[in-house]
Design a protein around this ligand. Structure first.
Ligand SMILES: C[S@@+](CC[C@H](N)C(=O)[O-])C[C@H]1O[C@@H](n2cnc3c(N)ncnc32)[C@H](O)[C@@H]1O
Length: 348
């Protein structure tokens, strides 16, 4: 057992203390919290169906620091522990995909008749209201931006909205489709700060405690702090923690933010996959960032030129194109990995 694994049970930050970040299994962290002690849980577990996306796309397949997933059969335990830790009259937001949303609804028996108010009762005690959608937009927020898939491009993620007892949202005018571009921050499945800000602002008051036991980059904590809420974040691996939170984590627990370590060289996909939109989301993002695709996913002139080359000339031309492309602040880590490949001597 490592020193980090041997850490004692966790306590939530005290009033006046802004927040804490711990290395912990999410279930252990939730179990260590006193019953009815938390004001909001907002989390994004590594659900089992991510393995499907992992097999298809690069978001996960090519991420060096990919994580273990939580099996579906443990999801009821997760909901039970969250319910136990929440104070009465509080909210819970759970990010997931359509597949996991179906699994949770079946497990919680929410397929039955609706309550007179339109909500549905979960077997663990929560009221389940609805799926809020995060609609992924272009960087300027002007348009919805499709990702992968053949049965209409996937352009959204789900956020299941649960209530314990009864609590009104702070702004009743906010729609259930929240628009934001992908986070563009290193780390697997990082969620946009604007979405977290909305959820926290909607369901807490200043000084209240927000918990995310699968915190990844810790964006829930960053936004909670901006909104003057307290926070407790946990993750089994803090490698992608936002640097602004590093001081709140145990010594030695934060390995390094991915942008600060040189990326593993990665070869771009076949250019045809970029044109057809069948490449992974990260690859499509990288292709946009280096000017091969426009915001709508259509090939730009630079990509057309590469496509026009004979196959045996193509690789050298792609390497050249990536090498002369100047590095920009905040560019996708996938593009940095392609550039590292272009600069490396590896051949197909
Ligand atoms: C989908 S990511 C969360 C991303 C996060 N929402 C963000 O915006 O950066 C899931 C996280 O769960 C963590 N994780 C995996 N298994 C865990 C476990 N049993 N307990 C706690 N964290 C775990 C992974 O290390 C990963 O950071």
């Amino acid at each position: 057992m490592t020193e980090l694994n041997a850490m004692p049970p966790f306590t939530a930050p005290q009033p006046g203390e802004p927040g804490r970040v711990v290395v912990s299994d999410a279930f252990d962290l939730l179990r260590s919290l006193a019953p009815e002690s938390v004001d909001l849980v907002v989390t994004d577990p590594p659900y089992e169906s991510l393995q499907i996306h992992r097999a298809r796309g690069t978001t996960t397949r090519l991420t060096t620091n990919w994580f273990a997933t939580v099996p579906n059969e443990r999801l009821p335990e997760l909901l039970r522990e969250v319910y136990r830790a929440l104070k009465p009259d509080r909210h819970f937001y759970l990010f997931c995909d359509e597949v996991t949303a179906d699994v949770i609804k079946q497990q919680q028996n929410v397929g039955g008749p609706r309550l007179p108010n339109g909500a549905r009762r979960c077997s663990c005690g929560f009221t389940y209201w609805k799926e809020i959608l995060w609609a992924k937009t272009t960087l300027d927020g002007a348009k919805i931006r499709g990702g992968t898939g053949y049965h209409y491009r996937a352009a959204s993620e789900r956020i299941l909205f649960f209530e314990k007892g009864k609590r009104a949202l702070n702004d009743l005018g906010i729609p259930d489709v929240l628009m934001a571009p992908r986070a563009g921050v290193p780390g697997p499945a990082v969620k946009p700060s604007a979405i977290l800000r909305t959820l926290i602002a909607q369901s807490t008051q200043p000084g209240e405690l927000v918990v995310d036991p699968f915190c990844g980059s810790g964006v829930a904590g960053v936004e909670a702090r901006k909104l003057e809420r307290r926070f407790l974040l946990g993750d089994i691996d803090l490698a992608y923690l936002d640097p602004s939170l590093a001081k709140l984590a145990p010594n030695g627990a934060v390995v390094a933010r991915a942008s600060e370590v040189p990326p593993d060289p990665r070869e771009p996909p076949d250019l045809e996959e970029l044109v057809e939109g069948t490449a992974g989301d990260d690859e499509l993002d990288a292709a946009r960032a280096c000017g091969w695709l426009d915001d709508d996913g259509a090939p730009c002139e630079s990509l057309e030129k590469l496509l026009a080359l004979r196959p045996k000339e193509r690789e050298a031309a792609i390497r050249r194109a990536l090498r002369i492309e100047a590095e920009r602040a905040g560019e996708p880590s996938e593009l940095r990995a392609w550039r590292a490949w272009a600069l490396s001597g590896r051949r197909r």
